[in-house]
Write a protein that binds this ligand. Structure first.
Ligand code: SF4
Ligand code: ZN
Length: 322
């Protein structure tokens, strides 16, 4: 089959748009959607200048999504003195898995000359995910600990690196899965939180959440296209799956979405369009103002929390009590 835009051979078919794309037009299309999202979300404020640039910290795991995001953002802003990039890798202490992906991160960062920071759970929290997964003191999925530790480490280092934004490589499938999970769990407050944490306007979020806003410039691009982009561009990517990966519910939602998308192309896009609107309403409803929901700081580590101690410190206590 030929590319819809030229007469070269197509490397992919996007059923949701009815197009066939050759390699060059796939590259162009993925990059265009990322740049469009950067503009659409007003990621680069008008007052950023070469003297007072924006610092964007990119969470770089070495997986295809964060590698593609880092590469495209770097390529886009390489010559723009209003943006400074720093790549940040979290090492969870998962043997055989994270070491290999760290190599991919280093290769990319070295090659593109992007400053690269590595934070380890062992230095930060004195734990290794391999041990946490084995001991599992609270009888939860390993990801339930790991996600809390990662969020804490990312937020802390983004703050330390003086970040204006923290960029993560969530793709369209990830976002549509999270949207459906929140809705199926009937958790409107979680929907509101998702909006505040990563979807709403940046300046409002910064004020409301008092934390570095997340940006997800890859969230319009389906996972398959990200993977193909990484492969055809020959980017250094670590493909293995984490041995502790255990999000059973997400797996079910993933299967459901894939079959829906196959029968009704465009489902992921329409889920996200509706969800963002819904989430914005939920955020208005649940956000309240600061008087109603005082956010204090953890008595142990100082992280923002509505409780005496933050979730991460509570988990660490449980892990260390073993
Ligand atoms: Fe951590 Fe789970 Fe991701 Fe593995 S799959 S790195 S345990 S969050
Ligand atoms: Zn704490």
């Amino acid at each position: 089959m030929d590319c819809t835009k030229c007469d070269r051979e197509a490397v992919m078919h996007a059923a949701y748009s009815g197009t066939y794309l050759c390699e060059a037009h796939l590259f162009e299309s993925v990059e265009r959607r990322v740049r469009h999202r950067v503009r659409e979300d007003d990621m680069l404020p008008a007052d950023a200048t070469p003297e007072d640039p924006e610092t964007w910290v990119i969470g770089l795991s070495g997986g295809k999504d964060s590698v593609v995001l880092t590469d495209i953002i770097h390529e886009t802003f390489e010559e723009d003195p209003r943006v400074e990039l720093v790549a940040l890798t979290i090492h969870e202490g998962i043997e055989g898995y994270r070491d290999a992906s760290l190599d991919a991160c280093e290769e990319l960062a070295d090659d593109r000359d992007i400053p690269h920071e590595v934070v380890t759970y062992s230095e930060e929290f004195d734990v290794q995910m391999d041990d946490v997964a084995e001991d599992d003191p609270l009888d939860m999925a390993p990801c339930a600990y790991c996600g809390v530790f990662r969020r804490d480490a990312l937020a802390r280092y983004a703050e330390e690196l003086d970040a204006d934004k923290l960029l993560t490589g969530h793709n369209l499938d990830d976002e549509a899965e999270t949207a459906l999970m929140n809705i199926f769990e009937g958790n409107v407050e979680q929907v509101a939180k998702h909006f505040d944490a990563s979807l709403g306007p940046f300046d409002e979020r910064r004020e409301k959440e008092d934390m570095i806003p997340r940006a997800k410039p890859l969230r319009d691009v389906p996972e398959k296209e990200v993977a193909l982009y990484a492969q055809l561009r020959e980017l250094p990517v670590h493909m293995a799956e984490c041995p502790h990966s255990s999000e059973a519910f997400r797996g079910e939602i993933q299967d459901l979405l894939l079959s829906l998308e196959e029968d009704h192309p465009g489902t992921r896009h329409s889920i996200m369009a509706g969800y963002e609107e819904l989430a914005s309403l939920a955020a208005d409803e649940y956000g309240g103002d600061e008087d109603e929901q005082p956010v204090g700081s953890c008595e142990e580590c100082g992280a923002p929390t509505a409780r005496d101690r933050c979730r991460k410190c509570a988990l660490l206590d449980a892990v260390n009590a073993v």
